[in-house]
Write a protein that binds this ligand. Structure first.
Ligand code: SF4
Ligand code: SF4
Length: 354
């Protein structure tokens, strides 16, 4: 296992970290499949990763990751606590709420979290999170009180991560990306503001969907060139653990076109890398719809259809009557965005969802 610096925290984290969603038991709707290991099995899988050099373990509160937080607590009790780094998170945006959640997480884990993230920060809640008495203020206070080690902001949005990168209260960022959805990583690589912060990357396997098209070596090797601190891999079985951590994979270089070419053998993907540069004056989140279209074909059919259907009719109607089409001007990949929206509309209609 190789190790990287976690920003300015002084911590060294394993290049690959353990994402604990797949060890949860229950029916928390975050994954397409559930492995449901019992506590002893989950702890044994966590230990295997530990033996392979993994020192970063990422979880979330019970409502988000089921009992994964409890299982991680059992594991933490059985190893040298100082040899592992626990990152935890909660989807609460006010200071009072996140303060309460940190105390609850600490109790469930049986130890203080090393990093605590405000989870899923987006445009709707970002001002509350960063504002006075918001969640970030509370995390900063909790850090000064010694109840957490470091503060974090987790988001799927580049604009939010950039704001966090420029905020001195934030120590660590968490964002998503993989060899297909690499647009945000390319932007982060070029922006100096991110150099000071630790960066934890998630969705390396795209919730498991890319593993049907690329080997684990390709998915891991293909992202190693990016300046993250640790890349989380969702692990729920011994086989997955061995595939992810038992070997040290070399860095690989896939162009975006090569990735699309591989997928084109199975379907006609929308060539969007999710750089999030397209801003629609009507407020349509085009890159998310494009991701769901690709995810639909990668195997997440039911879930993607449901997501695609949200707001799609309105998006389609706005796009066909849109004169300015500013999104096209913003897109470095030269996508004809209204045409791609039309393709999504036809797909969803074909399945009788509109
Ligand atoms: S074509 Fe117009 S309405 Fe459609 S996404 Fe682009 S800017 Fe928005
Ligand atoms: S549609 Fe174009 S601008 Fe928008 S996220 Fe995708 S690649 Fe970026």
């Amino acid at each position: 296992m190789r190790y990287r610096e976690l920003g300015k925290t002084g911590l060294r984290v394993s290049e690959l970290g353990f994402g604990t969603i797949p060890i949860l038991k229950g029916s928390v709707p975050v994954l397409p499949e559930y492995f449901n290991p019992d506590t002893e099995t989950a702890v044994a899988i966590l230990r295997k990763a530990y033996e392979h050099g993994c020192n970063l373990y990422d979880t979330a509160i019970l409502e988000e990751y089921g009992d994964a937080e409890e299982k991680l607590g059992v594991f933490a009790e059985r190893v040298d606590r100082k040899s592992i780094i626990i990152s935890d998170k909660a989807r609460f945006y006010s200071g009072a709420e996140i303060y309460r959640e940190v105390l609850r997480s600490s109790e469930i884990l049986g130890t203080r979290p090393d990093i605590y993230f405000v989870h899923q920060v987006d445009e709707d809640n970002v001002d509350e999170v960063f504002g006075k008495y918001g969640a970030l203020d509370a995390l900063y206070d909790l850090k000064r009180e010694g109840r957490i080690g470091y503060t974090g902001i987790a988001s799927h949005y580049y604009s939010v991560l950039l704001r966090a990168a420029m905020d001195p209260r934030v120590d660590v960022l968490q964002g998503s990306g993989n060899i297909l959805e690499r647009g945000m990583l390319d932007r982060i690589r070029k922006e100096d503001a991110f150099r000071e912060k630790g960066f934890i990357l998630n969705k390396v396997y795209a919730a498991g969907l890319l593993t049907g098209f690329f080997s684990v070596a390709e998915l891991i090797g293909g992202i190693l060139e990016y300046p993250f601190s640790s890349a989380l891999l969702g692990i729920g079985t011994f086989e997955q653990e061995a595939a992810a951590f038992a070997e040290e994979y070399p860095e690989l270089h896939f162009t975006f076109e090569e990735v699309l070419e591989r997928l084109a053998g199975h379907f006609d993907p929308i060539a969007c890398d999710r750089c999030e540069r397209c801003v629609c004056p009507c407020g349509h989140e085009i890159h998310t719809a494009f991701r769901q279209f690709n995810y639909f074909h990668l195997g997440k059919e039911y879930w993607s259809l449901r997501k695609l259907n949200m707001d799609l009719r309105q998006t389609y109607e706005d796009c066909i009557s849109c004169i300015e089409q500013s999104c096209i001007r913003d897109c470095p990949r030269g996508l004809y965005i209204p045409g791609e929206v039309g393709r999504i509309y036809s797909l969803v209609r074909a399945y009788g969802e509109i």
